[in-house]
Design a protein around this ligand. Structure first.
Ligand SMILES: Cc1ncc(COP(=O)(O)O)c(C=O)c1O
Length: 134
């Protein structure tokens, strides 16, 4: 539970910042979903933009924000150059799904095209470092 700050937590954060050249701040999280949600909020707050580009088939947890096209079936995926945005389940509002730009994975040209198309709208790009085969 990270609602209250303590000295070891601060000392660890300082060590992480010292060891990771690009790290200025550390935000702890209880789960991957929570970490993703925090990163998305920070990116949106920093950029003033709302859309997030994610890759088809990549899993970013259960939170509504990116529970889109995580496990699309072949029948649902839509055209290669315009993948369908598929909510993980009922209960995810259309407005949330519309904030996600879905891009095919393993094709360097695809994110370039998506970045060009959504240049002024994207707050962040997120990818699974090691996407699992599902
Ligand atoms: C890249 C990535 N982000 C987020 C999550 C969600 O993590 P959690 O199940 O801890 O919420 C996962 C889970 O596998 C993941 O692989």
């Amino acid at each position: 539970m990270f609602g209250t700050c303590n000295v070891p937590e601060v000392e660890l954060a300082e060590k992480i910042c010292a060891l990771v050249p690009c790290a200025d701040l550390v935000q702890y999280a209880n789960s991957g979903s929570e970490a993703v949600q925090g990163a998305v909020r920070a990116a949106r707050g920093f950029t003033g933009r709302t859309k997030i580009l994610k890759f088809e088939g990549h899993d970013h947890g259960w939170a509504d924000t990116l529970a889109v096209s995580s496990k699309p079936s072949a029948a649902e995926v839509g055209p290669y150059d315009a993948p369908a945005r598929l909510p993980h389940s009922h209960g995810i509002p259309p407005g949330v799904v519309e904030e996600v730009v879905v891009c095919p994975w393993n094709d360097p040209a695809a994110p370039r095209t998506a970045l060009d198309a959504h240049r002024t709208e994207l707050a962040a790009v997120i990818a699974e470092a090691f996407p699992a085969l599902r």
